[in-house]
Design a protein around this ligand. Structure first.
Ligand SMILES: *Cc1c(COP(=O)(O)O)cnc(C)c1O
Length: 368
């Protein structure tokens, strides 16, 4: 149906391409008439939530008639204690994506520029373009962020820079020295978001902890999430860490009850469950190795990853038929042509048996 109002939608909105989520298991099982499908498409934790988080979430449901604590008092206090910051430095979000959007809405408008890397997380162009600001996409180097080129791309109009460390969907990371050099070069009037959604997984020497940079760089915002290593993606909860003054600005923009009570309770409980997190990280590093070894056996190149997924070069100019072939064998992965990576598929690390099933299906599809 056509309507005059459609043409009056903001230009930034009309120019957007919607985010493409991974296909839900139930939908594909209906479509193909098969069962037992595995989904390795959205970088979710194969272990799921820990018992403590589940129990706390269930208990919070009893109070579902009440609005949640709009200030997130308890969770912020617990995060502050664990991370060595003050509660005034924490902004809670409906997933860390919520924080990314709050930041964009706080600093971007038509005429402003936002800098991020080629192959960077798809939400950066989304939250940028909807404001009418200009996205400045800086070519990648070896699939990763080229921080020197990104600093060069900063102009008088730049208000915001997004850095994903590690980046999704490439799994690449930037080191502490390169990051400091970058932050030293960027003027303080430019806000830098350091997106650490996969922080907990990374054990590489030289991988920077954004928190340690906060006191030195007042224009820095670090974002983290409960969606990945802590297995709470469905509850939608993440957070930003910044100066109290930046947190105060973000707090004015956010909706009063942007985080729900079940998420608040489960997230808080998950912070005390170090054993579950440790398990999650161990299963992931073993799985990454399993996937990389499997690719080696199949003679496939992949982008070395420190996150919970691996982007694999299918050896074909168009990975879509490989994606389709995997689907028909009951394995959902992610095509990444929308990230300018048409040859690759991205597979999330699963349980050992799931990784093995993926590799077997891939071998069949590629006829290796
Ligand atoms: C998954 C992911 C997030 C986390 O999103 P949530 O909204 O917290 O679920 C943020 N940044 C990147 C780069 C991601 O891949």
């Amino acid at each position: 149906m056509s309507c005059d109002c459609l043409g009056w939608a903001l230009e930034g909105v009309r120019g957007l391409h919607p985010y493409q989520p991974g296909k839900p298991v139930e939908e594909l099982e209906r479509e193909l008439g098969i069962t037992g499908i595995i989904k390795l498409a959205s970088n979710e934790s194969p272990l799921g939530p820990g018992e403590a988080a589940l129990a706390a979430g269930r208990q919070a449901l009893d109070d579902a008639a009440r609005y949640p604590d709009g200030s997130g008092f308890r969770l912020k206090a617990r995060l502050a204690e664990q991370l060595g910051v003050t509660a005034q430095q924490v902004t809670l979000g409906n997933g860390s994506n919520d924080i990314l959007e709050l930041v964009a809405r706080t600093w971007l408008q038509p005429g402003a520029e936002c800098v991020f890397a080629e192959h960077a997380f798809a939400v950066y162009p989304l939250v940028t373009r909807v404001t009418g600001a200009q996205a400045v996409v800086v070519p990648a180097r070896d699939w990763g962020h080229d921080l020197e080129a990104m600093a060069d791309a900063v102009t008088e109009a730049t208000r915001l820079v997004f850095i994903a460390n590690p980046n999704n969907p490439t799994g690449t990371w930037v080191g502490a020295d390169a990051l400091r050099t970058f932050l030293d070069r960027v003027p303080e009037r430019v806000v830098v978001v350091l997106d650490e959604a996969y922080f907990e997984y990374v054990r590489e020497a030289g991988y920077p902890d954004g928190l340690e940079l906060l006191s030195r760089y007042p224009n820095l915002i670090v974002t983290r999430t409960f969606s990945k290593a802590r297995g709470l993606a469905g509850l939608r909860i993440g957070y930003g860490l910044s100066s109290p003054e930046i947190a105060d600005l973000l707090n004015r923009v956010r909706q009063p009850f942007n985080v729900n009570s079940v998420a608040l309770a489960a997230a808080e409980a998950s912070l005390d469950d170090a054993a579950h997190l440790e398990r999650s990280v161990r299963v992931n590093s073993e799985g990454l190795r399993q996937l990389a070894d499997g690719c080696g056996r199949l003679g496939l190149e992949y982008i070395p990853s420190v996150a919970n997924f691996l982007s694999i070069d299918t050896g074909r100019d168009d990975a879509m038929p490989v994606y389709d072939g995997l689907l028909r064998r009951g394995v959902i992965v992610r095509p990444v042509a929308n990230y300018a990576m048409p040859r690759h598929i991205r597979v999330s690390v699963g349980l050992e048996s799931e990784n093995a099933r993926f590799l077997a299906a891939l071998e069949e599809v590629l006829d290796r």
